[in-house]
Design a protein around this ligand. Structure first.
Ligand code: F6P
Length: 363
């Protein structure tokens, strides 16, 4: 493509949604159009938009920079967490490799580059597609789970934590009024970041995360000792994939073979009631953590990631992901990101903080 021809870039959101996706889109639109005079095409429904024919997309103009898009939850482009082009589920239930269709869709739109906003699973797939098709690709990390490698912050995490803290702020007074143990189950898949952050910020007495298997007897001991000290209520936060040292985990299989978590809170609540005699209630926060107005931190992260991702394409960079490290936006190789995720490290600062506050981690 000659230098005089306006460049055209695409953006898609892939995987589970979260707050802040539209703030990313807004930043990308502004930087690409105002900064470089490019066209921006929004690909609809994640990878699906480039696989199907006609290709599904909408041109994103500066109209998308105004109004309330910064504040909107969800994604105006739509998303899928079941759209792997290498293993694509067809309407008749069969699976096909549609990666060539995705690559052809990129060419059909005349894209010079693609930005993909996704978690570790989506970024892995998009990176593989880009390598296969020789596509210019930059990844932008998003997930409430905050488990994408090489970045301290992913879009959506902060708002999910705020929502969980808000839930604890509401649960504490009712726990105190009724002298109850309140169990709050939060999301996070295999990572305990949401539980750890929210538990510390929300004044939890016990935080259970998958990275630190718990002993139910130690959880009960902690709650009994609080009671003996005169405290008549308690807050327990557990990650959806928290499990006992014995390995017992409450999870259900999805119809596509992936693991779908949920239910650990109720199992835990019943056990706590049995072992401590405390009146116990359970709240499962679920998808409430994914929706809603993005908080200030997520809007900032989204804006910074969006601007830098466009700049990277302008610099001719490909195969990288924007990342947040030591209060700076950097870019890292997608090869380094897509081979492992970022669980809570047992030795990390906030684990020590929790222990220092006397919070039981169940071990
Ligand atoms: O990865 C984000 C996440 O919200 C996880 O925390 C959760 O386990 C999962 O997605 C839920 O997926 P679904 O929306 O398919 O139920």
């Amino acid at each position: 493509m000659s230098d005089e021809t306006p460049r055209t870039i695409g953006i898609l959101t892939s995987g589970g949604d979260c707050s802040g996706l539209n703030a990313v889109i807004r930043a990308v639109v502004h930087r690409a159009i105002h900064g470089y005079g490019w066209r921006v095409l929004g690909i609809e429904d994640g990878t699906v938009g480039l696989i199907v024919r006609p290709v599904r997309f909408q041109e994103l103009t500066l109209r998308f920079f105004t109004g309330d898009i910064l504040r909107l939850g969800g994604t105006i482009l739509g998303t899928r967490n079941t759209g792997d082009p290498f293993d694509f589920l067809m309407p008749d239930g069969t699976r096909l490799d549609r990666s060539d269709d995705f690559i052809a869709g990129y060419r059909e739109l005349g894209l010079d580059g693609l930005l993909g906003v996704g978690g570790d699973g989506s970024l892995k797939i998009l990176h593989r597609l880009a390598v296969k098709g020789g596509l210019n690709f930059i990844g932008i990390p998003k997930t409430i789970d905050n488990d994408v490698a090489k970045t301290e912050m992913s879009v959506g995490f902060s708002t999910a934590v705020s929502t969980a803290v808000d839930a604890l702020d509401r649960l504490q007074p009712t726990a105190a009024s009724h002298e109850r143990v309140m169990v709050l189950e939060v999301m996070g898949r295999d990572a305990g970041h949401i539980a750890l952050y929210a538990g510390i910020a929300g004044g939890a007495d016990v935080i259970l995360i998958p990275e630190i298997p718990y002993d139910i007897n130690k959880v009960a001991e902690k709650l009994k000792s609080l009671h003996d000290q005169g405290r008549d209520h308690a807050l327990v936060v557990c990650s959806e994939a928290a499990h006992e040292v014995s390995g017992v985990q409450t999870a259900a299989q999805t119809d596509r073979g992936g693991v779908k978590y949920g239910g650990v809170g109720h199992a835990l609540g019943a056990k706590i009631a049995e072992l401590t005699g405390a009146e116990t209630r359970v709240t499962v926060l679920g998808h409430v953590q994914r929706g809603g107005v993005p908080n200030a931190q997520d809007r900032i992260t989204a804006s910074a990631f969006g601007v830098r991702a466009v700049d990277l394409l302008a610099e001719g960079v490909t195969g990288r992901m924007v990342a947040w490290q030591h209060r700076q936006i950097v870019d890292v190789s997608l090869d380094d990101v897509t081979h492992h995720s970022r669980p809570v490290d047992r030795s990390e600062t906030l684990v020590q903080t929790a222990r220092g506050l006397g919070i039981s981690l169940g071990d």
